[in-house]
Design a protein around this ligand. Structure first.
Ligand SMILES: C[S@@+](CC[C@H](N)C(=O)[O-])C[C@H]1O[C@@H](n2cnc3c(N)ncnc32)[C@H](O)[C@@H]1O
Length: 206
């Protein structure tokens, strides 16, 4: 997994400089709920953590050394931690908020369950999480070999899970779900090609 992402990020800022549109929504939500500290798991080269760090004290954990090197060049405010989300918790730290963009769907079921629990455990009392993931309405649903229900191996060793609303809610059954929804998000790639993804998001409290 690390080798795959290092290779992808060696090509530069593959999804451009701009943060996801969801960063604005997450910022409003976090401000309305008194959030001051935010953890960003799977931060990539920092396009979202950099934007969040203009308002919050942000730590980001990311597997790819290559992505972290790029992130650190352009964002001096976020604290970037090289490592896997499966190495959480970060000792002696609790966060008021977690913002996680398009990481959860990269994992198999047992890993997804572990990752979500690790996020919940890393939150302060009443902390909240804003998370996005692939929707089962996305056009890439069904491409490749189905290795688990709604999870497809679309390249050797690379899987993507596609969430229905019910499935997403079920993943968060140990948290207090505040809201779920669907969004269309356009990504403009470094080569200027574009692709609009159908995503789901969830807002949940510890
Ligand atoms: C689809 S990308 C999204 C990147 C970033 N959230 C963004 O929107 O620009 C998924 C990211 O998760 C990272 N990642 C994958 N597995 C990880 C793990 N186990 N721990 C930490 N980061 C991981 C990848 O290196 C990659 O940067």
């Amino acid at each position: 997994m690390k080798g795959y992402w290092d290779e992808r990020f060696s090509k530069g800022k593959i999804w451009g400089e701009l943060p996801s549109n969801t960063v604005e929504a997450a910022t409003k939500l976090f401000l309305n709920n008194g959030v001051k500290t935010v953890l960003v798991p799977g931060a990539g080269y920092g396009r979202n953590s950099k934007a969040l760090a203009t308002t919050f004290k942000v730590d980001a954990i990311e597997l790819s050394q290559q992505a972290i090197a790029t992130a650190k060049e352009q964002d001096k405010q976020t604290t970037y931690i090289e490592g896997s989300v499966f190495d959480l918790p970060i000792p002696h730290k609790k966060y008021d908020g977690i913002y996680c963009y398009n990481l959860l769907h990269l994992f198999l079921l047992s890993e997804r369950v572990t990752f979500i629990q690790k996020c919940i455990d890393q939150l302060a009392e009443d902390g909240m999480i804003f998370l996005t993931c692939f929707s089962n309405k996305d056009t890439s649903y069904g491409q490749g070999v189905e290795v688990e229900k709604d999870t497809f191996e679309y390249k050797p060793g690379k899987v993507a899970h596609f969430f229905s609303e019910e499935d997403l809610l079920n993943h968060f059954k140990h948290a207090e779900v505040i809201q779920t929804g669907s969004i269309d998000e356009k990504l403009v790639y470094i080569d200027q090609t574009e692709r609009t993804y159908k995503l789901r998001y969830i807002i949940a409290k510890k």
